[in-house]
Each structure stands twice: as structure tokens, then as C-alpha cells.
Design a protein around this ligand. Sequence first.
Ligand SMILES: [Fe+2]
Length: 188
Amino acid sequence: MDTRLFAPDPKVLEEISNLPIESASRRAAGFLARLVGNASFLSARVLPLLQGADLNGDWHVACRHDAPDGSYSLQVFVWPPGSRTRIHDHSSWGAYCCAVGTVLEERYERLDDGSVPDHARLRKIWQLAWSRGDGVSTVLPGDGGIHRVGNPGGAPAVSVHLYGPRVGTFDGRDYDISRDYVCDRTEI
Ligand SMILES: [Fe+2]
């Protein structure tokens, strides 16, 4: 992925990734909002994804740009109608902005103290539909960002995500709320 399409100064992603978590996710939100408002970026990197892509399958990362040292990852997600993630969290801060269509995010909080292996009890605390212009959703690492993202509508959606450096060795955790289960996830 050509980072020149993302920022006039390619060091901006590096700068964001070096910030403390709270300020990094705020800066990331501003970065993504500007990015999805950039006509060049949309025409070069987003709109082509809606032509010829597998829009009947599962959600997927269509393109990504990762820092060589792992300090950030910029990813463009395609959401075919009806696709959705598991309930999950991330081992890094993250931010995403919808660029095309609408995605639905469900956010959860953890009710247990994490002391029982493979066990997690969750409660849904909100859900929001995000379209372009609705702003940027941010998550903090671990319990600060347990969510599910999907596209319940009839038209495809595209979103752009920025993640910071991982805290720990895993990508995050996946949850099964039907049996109060949680496990580590090595990759998306
Ligand atoms: Fe996520």
C-alpha cells in the first residue's frame, strides 16, 4: 500500500504510534476522519474494492500497510452484506472509520474479574451504526474495547482501521457469549 495516499507526511503514522495510548487513539481518529474524506484515497483505495471483489463472502482485510517494527497497522476492511466478526478485543489501541456504506458496532463490557481461565462473562452496553461522516470509533487494549463489527444491511461496506503497537504477544481475544468463553487469538 502506498502510504503517500494516506498522509502528506509519511511520518505521521509513526508519530501517532509513539504517543501514549489515550492520545494516540484520539490522534488516530483525526487521521482516519481526514483520510476517508480524501477524494484521492477513496478513488484509489476504497471504491475499486467494490468492483470485482468477493462481496458475497465473509468480511476481510482487502489491503494493509504495517510498520516494519509492528508499531502500527493500517487496514482497509470490506464488509459484504450479512458479514460480521466474532465478539473480540485487541491487544492494541485501535480506531476505525466507515468509508462506504454502514457498519454496526456492538460494544461489550466484562463482568467477571478474569481470574478463571477461558471464562469471560460479558454484557452488551451499546450498539451504534457508523456511516461515513458519523465519526470514528476507538477501542483501548483488552477489556477497554470488547466489540463486534458487522454489516447487517444489504449493500457492501468498507471501513479503514488503524491499530497501534501490540501489548503482549497475541493479537487479541475472541469471546463466545453463549458459553461465557474467551480464548487468545494469534491473528485476525
Ligand atoms: Fe475489532
